[in-house]
Ligand binder design. Structure first.
Ligand SMILES: Cc1ncc(COP(=O)(O)O)c(C=O)c1O
Length: 387
């Protein structure tokens, strides 16, 4: 396997995306979920060719991303989508909001499992529903093991929650939910008439040592009321291009998708489709190289923490490129990310944005070069100890 190397820092600093423009150049940006790798060659080629053709109009109504995604899902996850209803939109967030708008009324409760991707809080309220946070369980073992709290989910469902917005795999923990847990969720959802929306944006980034289970693949119960939302945007770093795919695999959810306003799918980006087709159809080799580079960075972070930041704990992710670091033992207060930005000039995501259980934590983006990661940890380790 050929590992994929991050682009040189001087090239990255010429990028104009959020990651490389939010902070001045003395800051190492490790916050927003963008990757520092160069684009996969099939994507670069597809985009260059489209520019050469002037192929910048609206997405075709026979959208080719569906066939490419079906192929990828079958190849990587043995997920058969031959009969599925697929609908595209601009991004995963929009897919979630539009499904929520269609299936909830004002104030209906939507369960999210914090600590979780911060915009989940906003997407629920944007759709007019209200958030019900059911934290993940937290074991006392080391490394800390977290998973869905099935008993607490049952209580929430029994008490009238309408929807469960599942993060599968889970951001920020990189937790790939075990199939048993997903089956149990589907049974609870069927028992209490709860709709599950499974955000599976991080799924292609599952390490070969773990096994991603598409929520809708677990049972008839899951398919009966569940939706999944996918995108190539995280795994191939094309979030700016705007293409996501909503999935339904039974009659009732399919009827929701086909009755969404036509504009929902017209908002899909043409470059997003072209790049996603290249990613799903020809992007496996690049993706495997990225997974190898990320695994090497996980090993490196383990070593760096042991050497320079003893007391900071984390659980090695099974998917994606985000590290959830617990700084509480260092006595750096509720917002270590703020302190680290001020004193070490490293930009991380503040744990408290992920929900009340994120206080004292930070999220670090590891889709970078080993050199940048090493520099970041060394800088953080220079901060004088408080405890
Ligand atoms: C779990 C999760 N869902 C959705 C998104 C946003 O995806 P999009 O840009 O397609 O809306 C992210 C971005 O990092 C994410 O981590």
């Amino acid at each position: 396997m050929n590992l994929i190397s991050a682009a040189p820092l001087d090239v990255l600093r010429t990028r104009t995306s959020e990651k490389w423009t939010e902070h001045p150049p003395d800051v190492l940006p490790m916050f927003v979920a963008e990757m520092d790798y160069p684009l996969a060659e099939p994507i670069t080629r597809a985009l260059h060719d489209a520019v050469d053709r002037g192929d910048t109009g609206y997405v075709s109504s026979s959208n080719p991303v569906f066939e490419a995604f079906r192929g990828f899902a079958a190849r990587r996850w043995s997920w058969d989508l031959t009969e599925a209803t697929l609908l595209s939109t601009a991004d995963v967030s929009m897919g979630i909001v539009e499904i929520l708008r269609a299936i909830t009324g004002p104030g209906d409760r939507v369960v999210i499992t914090e600590p979780v991707y911060p915009p989940f809080f906003d997407l629920v309220t944007e759709a007019g529903a209200s958030v019900l946070a059911v934290p993940l369980t937290e074991s006392t073992t080391n490394p800390v093991e977290r998973r869905l709290d099935l008993a607490a989910l049952e209580t929430a469902f029994r008490d009238g929650a309408r929807v469960f917005l599942l993060c599968n795999p889970h951001n920020p923990l990189g937790l790939v939910h075990p199939r048993d847990d997903l089956e149990a969720v589907a049974t609870l959802a069927a028992t209490y008439s709860v709709t599950v929306i499974s955000d599976e944006i991080h799924a292609p980034l599952t390490q070969p040592t773990a096994r991603f289970t598409p929520y809708l693949s677990v049972s008839d119960e899951a398919r009966a009321t569940g939706f999944a939302v996918h995108s190539a945007s995280k795994a191939w770093n094309i979030a700016g291009l705007k293409c996501a795919v909503m999935v339904a695999q039974s009659e009732q959810p399919a009827s929701v998708l086909v009755s969404l306003p036509l504009e929902v799918s017209w908002r899909t980006g043409q470059f997003g489709v072209l790049a996603s087709v290249a990613a799903y159809a020809q992007g496996d080799t690049w993706l495997d190289g990225v997974l190898g580079s990320l695994a090497a960075n996980f090993d490196l972070l383990d070593r760096l923490l042991a050497e320079h930041l003893a007391g900071v704990t984390w659980t090695r992710p099974d998917a994606s490129y985000l590290a959830w670091l617990d700084f509480r033992a260092l006595g750096w207060g509720d917002d270590p990310a703020g302190l680290i930005l001020r004193e070490a000039r490293v930009a991380l995501s503040a744990g408290s944005d992920f929900g009340a259980h994120g206080v004292g934590h930070v999220r670090m983006n590891l889709a970078c070069s080993p050199e940048l990661l090493t520099d970041a940890v060394r800088r953080i380790a220079q901060i004088p100890r408080r405890s």
